[in-house]
Design a protein around this ligand. Structure first.
Ligand code: SF4
Ligand code: ZN
Ligand code: ZN
Length: 457
C-alpha cells in the first residue's frame, strides 16, 4: 500500500469521475489519500470527503493565494472544522511569491497564525513555499527555534541548502510526480540527498502529472511512478520505498497503521535477522536511542526470539541474495542461535553475513572465529574509530579499554579462519578516516567501508 499525502480531490477537476479516480487509486495500491484543504470551502469539502470515504483523510487550511481574504472568522471556522471528520493536519499554508495573488505581509501574518493554530491543536503542518524560501525559513526558525517543527515541506522544489535547512527544522520532505520530468535532473539530485527516513510521497493531484502523462490531469493512482523514481534514486526496492514512506506518513499524520515488530526484515536484496536487542556497546550515535525503527521496520522486540521463532521467519529466503545476522543489538551475544540458524541457511546454499561490534571473544570467553567456519561467509565489524581511547569515548563498551585490541584480534582470527572480513567506520567527527582506512587495510589486511553517520540499514 502507498499513501498519497497530498491531493486535492475536492477540486472541480474530479467532479465528474471521483468514484473512478478513487477506485483506480485503490487498484494501483494507493490505500490512503490525504485530501488537503486550500480554501475555506475546500477545507469543508475535504472534511466531507473524509467522512464519506474510509481511505480519505483531511487537512484544513488556506493557500497563501487566499491570505488577503483570511480573517478571524476564517481561522475560527477552520479550528472548528479541524475537530471534525478525519482531520490530521493544518494545511496547506505558507508563502507563494511566484504568483503573489495576495500581499506579502498578509501571507506572512496568515502563515504565522496557522503555525500557532497547528501548535494549539497539536496537528502537523503542511507547508507550501514557492519562490519564498528565505521568508518561509525565517518564520519557521522563529516559531521552531529548537528544530522541533512538526510538519512537511510539500512539493519540494528547493536546492540542497534549502533541503538541509528544512531537515534541521525537523520537517519531513515531500516530493511530487514532477520528479519524473525529463528536465528535473537538478531536483532528482536533491531528492537523492534527502534521507529516506524523512521522505513522504504526494501527487498534489490534479497538478503535476508524471512524465508519462505530462500536461494531463494528475491523480493518486499515478503515485506509483513517483515511488518507482525514488526507489531508483535511492537504490532501494519499490517495497522499501512503500514501507518507509508509509511509516513516515504514519508517524507524522497518525493514520493508526499497525506496525508489528520484525525478527526477519528485508532491505534491498538482503534479509536481515534481528536476533537480539541487547548490546555490549553503548555508542552515542546508536539508532536504538532515537527510534524503534530502521528503514521502516520496527525492530524493538519484547523478548529476544528463540531459534524456532527465527527459523519460522525464513520461508521466503530464495528472493534474497544474502541473509545477515544484524538487527538492533549485538548478535554474538547469542552465538548458539547464530550457529543453529546459519547451519540451516548453509544447507539452503545461502550467503550468510554477520554484522557485529567484534566483541564475540570477550562475550563468549573464548576465540570463536573457528566456530564460524562453513557457517558465516562474511563478517562486517563496526570499528568506527582508530584508537582505543576514541573507541571508549564514542562506543562506551562494557569491556572498557581492552575492547579495542580484542576487536582487532577477532578480526585477525576471522581472516585466518578463511572468512571474508570488512571493517566499517562512520564519518563521525571523532574519526580520522584515513587513519581508520590505514589501520584496516595495512595493519589488519581486510576490506574497509566508510558508512554515513545517520544512515542505518
Ligand atoms: S554496536 Fe551497534 S547496536 Fe551496539 S550500541 Fe553501537 S550502534 Fe548500537
Ligand atoms: Zn502547494
Ligand atoms: Zn496542494
Amino acid at each position: 500500500m502507498l499513501i498519497d499525502t497530498h491531493c486535492h480531490l475536492d477540486f472541480k477537476d474530479f467532479s465528474q469521475d471521483l468514484p473512478e479516480v478513487i477506485n483506480r487509486a485503490k487498484d494501483s495500491g494507493v490505500g490512503i489519500m490525504l485530501n488537503v484543504g486550500s480554501s475555506v470551502e475546500g477545507s469543508r469539502r475535504s472534511v466531507e470527503l473524509s467522512k464519506a470515504h474510509d481511505c480519505i483523510y483531511a487537512s484544513v487550511g488556506v493557500h497563501p493565494h487566499e491570505a488577503d481574504r483570511t480573517d478571524e472568522k476564517v481561522f475560527a471556522e477552520l479550528k472548528t472544522l479541524a475537530s471534525s471528520g478525519k482531520v490530521v493536519a493544518i494545511g496547506e499554508v505558507g508563502l507563494d511569491y511566484y504568483r503573489n495573488l495576495s500581499g506579502v505581509d498578509a501571507q506572512k501574518k496568515v502563515f504565522t497564525e496557522f503555525i500557532h493554530i497547528s501548535k494549539e491543536l497539536g496537528l502537523p503542518l503542511i507547508v507550501h513555499s514557492r519562490d519564498a524560501g528565505r521568508d518561509t525559513l525565517e518564520i519557521l526558525k522563529k516559531e521552531f527555534p529548537k528544530g522541533n517543527a512538526c510538519g512537511v515541506m510539500h512539493c519540494f522544489s528547493g536546492d540542497k541548502e534549502f533541503l538541509n535547512e528544512c531537515l534541521n527544522l525537523g520537517l519531513y520532505i515531500s516530493f511530487t510526480c514532477n520528479l519524473t520530468f525529463k528536465n528535473a535532473a537538478n531536483l532528482r539530485a536533491v531528492a537523492k540527498e534527502a534521507p529516506l527516513e524523512k521522505l513522504l510521497l504526494e501527487t498534489d493531484a490534479p497538478f503535476l502529472a508524471p512524465q508519462q502523462y505530462r500536461g494531463k490531469r494528475n491523480e493518486p493512482s499515478y503515485l506509483v511512478f513517483l515511488a518507482e523514481e525514488l526507489s531508483k534514486l535511492h537504490g532501494v526496492s519499490f517495497s522499501d520505498i512503500e514501507r518507509i514512506t508509509n511509516h513516515n506518513a504514519n508517524e507524522l499524520f497518525g493514520f493508526n497503521l499497525k506496525e508489528a515488530s520484525r525478527i526477519a526484515y528485508g532491505i534491498r536484496d538482503s534479509l536481515y535477522l534481528n536476533i537480539t536487542n541487547q548490546c555490549t556497546d553503548n555508542c552515542y550515535f546508536c539508532v536504538r536511542a532515537f527510534t524503534d525503527f530502521v528503514k521502516g521496520h520496527k525492530l524493538k522486540l519484547d523478548n529476544d526470539p528463540s531459534a524456532g521463532e527465527i527459523l519460522a521467519e525464513l520461508k521466503d529466503i530464495d528472493k534474497y541474495k544474502e541473509v545477515v545476522f544484524c538487527g538492533y543489538g549485538e548478535p554474538t551475544l547469542r552465538l548458539d542461535i547464530i550457529k543453529e540458524v546459519a547451519a540451516f541457511l548453509k544447507k539452503k546454499n545461502k550467503q550468510v553475513r554477520l554484522v557485529t561490534n567484534g566483541h564475540a571473544n570477550l562475550i563468549n570467553g573464548r576465540s570463536v572465529a573457528g566456530e564460524f567456519k562453513g557457517l558465516i561467509d562474511r563478517v562486517s565489524v563496526s570499528l568506527n574509530v582508530e584508537t582505543k581511547e576514541k573507541y571508549v569515548a564514542v562506543c562506551r563498551p562494557r569491556f572498557g579499554e581492552k575492547a579495542f585490541e580484542e576487536i582487532k584480534r577477532f578480526i585477525r582470527e576471522c581472516k585466518a579462519a578463511g572468512i571474508e572480513v570488512e571493517v566499517t567506520c562512520l564519518d563521525i567527527p571523532e574519526a580520522d578516516i584515513e587513519k581508520c582506512r590505514a589501520l584496516t587495510e595495512k595493519e589488519l589486511g581486510v576490506d574497509f567501508r566508510l558508512r554515513r553517520y545517520n544512515v542505518v540499514g
